[in-house]
Design a protein. Structure first.
Length: 145
């Protein structure tokens, strides 16, 4: 089993960016946790971070035929990127949307996800554990498909 983890815009700034919201953990630390969990679960994981909407879409297209599923944190694109939504729908792979912060406890505009309707589910508000829960959930979804 092979899962693609996609980090969206500004996540490369984790550890220094709005630490009162996102904490002090860096993206590299989150990636290491994802890799360790994948090894523990006996699955392969590939991880990428892109700030550009087009590059995220290219990653999603690349997943088609190369991966069994996608864990994605679209960042701010969550709220308005119909292009990322359509790319996920087009590849028709099981996907889980994750967010570090509880988007429903934040600004009003963050409470809408155009991505969620084309995913198996959404995990939000658990910091880096959102990714780990997403990987675990996606593995189970793929196994039970």
């Amino acid at each position: 089993m092979k899962i693609l983890v996609v980090h969206g815009p500004n996540l490369n700034m984790l550890g220094t960016r709005e630490t009162h919201v996102y904490g002090t953990e860096t993206l590299n630390e989150i990636n290491e946790k994802c890799k360790a969990l994948a090894e523990e679960l006996g699955i392969e994981v590939e991880i990428a971070q892109k700030n550009s909407e087009g590059e995220i879409i290219e990653l999603i297209h690349y997943a088609h035929g190369n991966f069994d599923g996608i864990v994605i944190n679209p960042g701010a694109y969550t709220h308005y990127s119909y292009a990322i939504r359509d790319a996920l729908a087009a590849v028709a792979l099981p996907a889980v949307e994750v967010h570090l912060s509880n988007v429903y406890a934040r600004e009003e505009f963050r409470k809408t996800s155009v991505i969620a309707p084309v995913t198996c589910g959404q995990i939000t508000g658990f910091g880096s554990n959102s990714y780990l829960l997403g990987i675990r959930a996606l593995k189970e979804i793929i196994e039970n498909a």
